[in-house]
Design a protein around this ligand. Structure first.
Ligand SMILES: [Zn+2]
Ligand SMILES: [Zn+2]
Length: 149
């Protein structure tokens, strides 16, 4: 049941979050050996993790080409990047340097729900830039006219 809680942002382990964000940033198929050397992990472990992400519909794996994001995976990765940047930006408001904020956010970001991030984004006035890149906004944080909250 690796896919149960994808929608609320809480379904993926920190490791999976890291891999998905990496594949998102590479913007092309990523090979198992690339991930293995980038994160210093055994290739068989990478293969297992990628297979799980693919079973959740987030990745497409093509033999000899590597893993790339499905449309759902791309949307999800956008959320993962946004979550990191909102949390890191919030930490810089409480005395952390930009670098420290990035590092600290990476430690706990996978435990924070999408709903919390949407509400933080709103409360922060939908910032356009985080400490390590642009922050995007969607109907989750911007809300629909007539929708509660
Ligand atoms: Zn960062
Ligand atoms: Zn927003």
């Amino acid at each position: 049941m690796p896919c149960m809680k994808i929608q609320d942002g809480l379904g993926l382990s920190p490791r999976k979050v890291t891999y998905l964000k990496y594949i998102f940033e590479r913007a092309g198929p990523v090979k198992t050996c690339d991930l293995a050397s980038r994160f210093d992990v055994d290739p068989s472990t990478i293969t297992k993790t990628l297979t799980e992400l693919s079973a959740c519909g987030l990745l497409r794996i093509a033999p000899y080409h590597g893993a790339s994001l499905s449309p759902e995976g791309r949307l999800y990765a956008e959320f993962l990047v946004k979550r990191h940047r909102i949390l890191a930006l919030a930490l810089t408001h409480y005395g952390l340097s930009r670098e420290e904020a990035c590092t600290e956010a990476s430690r706990f970001e996978s435990l924070v729900s999408k709903d919390a991030i949407d509400r933080m984004c709103k409360a922060m006035g939908h910032p356009s830039h985080g400490v390590c890149g642009e922050i995007t906004h969607d109907t989750g944080c911007l809300g629909h006219a007539g929708e509660p909250g």
